[in-house]
Design a protein. Structure first.
Length: 395
């Protein structure tokens, strides 16, 4: 019989460093921080890594662990999920409350998100404010649908968009706990499940409200007044209006993205909502804003915040808007709607897809599959017409 590669008893007895040591064929020996040893069967299913405990060493010996791993591999080949054993690595001091598991989830996933610091803060704060009172100190294995229902009931009709996000985030944390064998792999928050039977039909009482926007006929008066105000927040807001960009895109714009000679902002994928690079034609008015700004380095932020090297804050443009006397009824993001409405009503010669491309909106369906261009030259003409309109009749 051929000698099997992998672990042997002498090797196992010498292992001191905490970690997972592979024997091959999905079998691993886990050495804990206190020197304890446990067998793990690790496999991938539906795009996720999963673990099954096979018992502690030496109570379960090497050959017995290999035999059990072979049984689990056979189950997987037959499409059967291996049962959860009692030997999975779960230390008494390992955090098992919902709040603790949520922190582990954030530490492992946040770096894959766009704008991770902001997204992490929104995630943590929403669960802290709405879920922790009921779920925070509860062991994840004991959380059931009644607990989730109790979290969502106070806000389901009152603040439905937030409630939907919290429902999804709770589900993600519980799914993560299930992958760690901390709880049964049961999706309490899935659509069409028990939770839907307990919660009222929110769509009957909730109307989705878009961002408040300024009527476009006020723009020729507003933008010249904005242009006359000092401050980086006012400059950023003016640039946002002229480019019809999102606040995040303006805040994280850098000088090396700006081609001032060609009049192009080459916005990279990482700052775009759709995750695709986007070329923005810069009108003479938008270029004038850039040329008037201080420039420390080619890789620095265009609109610099209060701290050296930091981007403009989230609140700076909103504060500039309030200082203009627009405390209610208008939002920074709403200027994209203002531009889109102006294009639809005042530029009847401009096809719909041109205005959508100016907003970096993707064209869906079959049309999107065949349309690979970005209408750049046509969009340049549109954005110059928009800048002319924003300049006002006095200009």
């Amino acid at each position: 019989m051929a000698k099997r590669d992998g672990l042997n008893v002498k090797m196992i007895d010498r292992l001191k460093e905490p970690g997972k040591y592979g024997d091959g064929r999905n079998l691993y020996l886990h050495v804990g921080p206190n020197g304890g040893r446990s067998w793990l069967f690790i496999y991938r299913r539906l795009g996720k890594d999963k673990m099954r405990g096979l018992g502690a060493y030496p109570a379960v010996g090497l050959e017995e662990a290999r035999k059990k791993a072979a049984e689990y591999r056979a189950m997987l080949l037959d499409g059967i999920e291996p049962p959860k054993g009692r030997g999975a690595v779960q230390k008494k001091d390992e955090g098992r409350t919902f709040a603790q598991v949520n922190e582990r989830y954030l530490s492992e996933h946040k770096d894959s998100w766009k704008n991770p610091d902001k997204a992490e803060g929104n995630w943590r704060n929403s669960l802290r404010d709405h879920a922790y009172a009921i779920l925070g100190d509860k062991d994840v294995k004991d959380i059931d649908v009644k607990d989730v229902h109790a979290v969502l009931t106070p806000i389901w009709l009152k603040n439905h968009p937030t409630a939907k996000k919290i429902r999804w985030r709770i589900g993600a944390v519980l799914a993560y706990a299930a992958a760690l064998d901390m709880r049964p792999d049961i999706d309490l928050t899935r659509s069409g499940g028990k939770l839907d039977k307990l919660l009222p039909k929110a769509k009957r009482v909730h109307i989705v409200k878009g961002h408040d926007s300024m009527p476009f006929d006020q723009i020729p008066e507003f933008v010249p007044a904005l242009r006359g105000r000092a401050g980086i927040g006012a400059a950023g807001l003016n640039f946002l209006i002229l480019t019809a960009a999102r606040a995040q895109e303006v805040r994280f714009a850098k000088w090396d993205q700006m081609d001032l000679e060609a009049g192009v902002w080459n916005a990279p994928a990482e700052i775009m909502k759709a995750g695709r690079p986007h070329r923005v034609p810069l009108s003479p008015d938008a270029l004038a804003i850039l040329k008037a700004l201080p420039r420390d380095s080619d890789d620095g932020f265009v609109f610099v915040g209060g701290q050296p090297g930091a981007p403009l804050s989230d609140a700076a443009m909103a504060a500039a808007l309030k200082r203009m006397g627009r405390k209610e009824g208008v939002t920074v993001h709403g200027f994209r709607s203002t531009f889109r409405t102006w294009a639809a009503e005042k530029c009847l010669d401009v096809p719909r897809e041109i205005a959508e491309a100016a907003l970096a909106h993707a064209v869906g369906g079959v049309e999107g599959a065949y349309q690979r261009g970005d209408y750049f030259n046509v969009r340049r003409a549109l954005m110059e017409r928009w800048a002319d309109y924003c300049r006002g009749p006095a200009a």
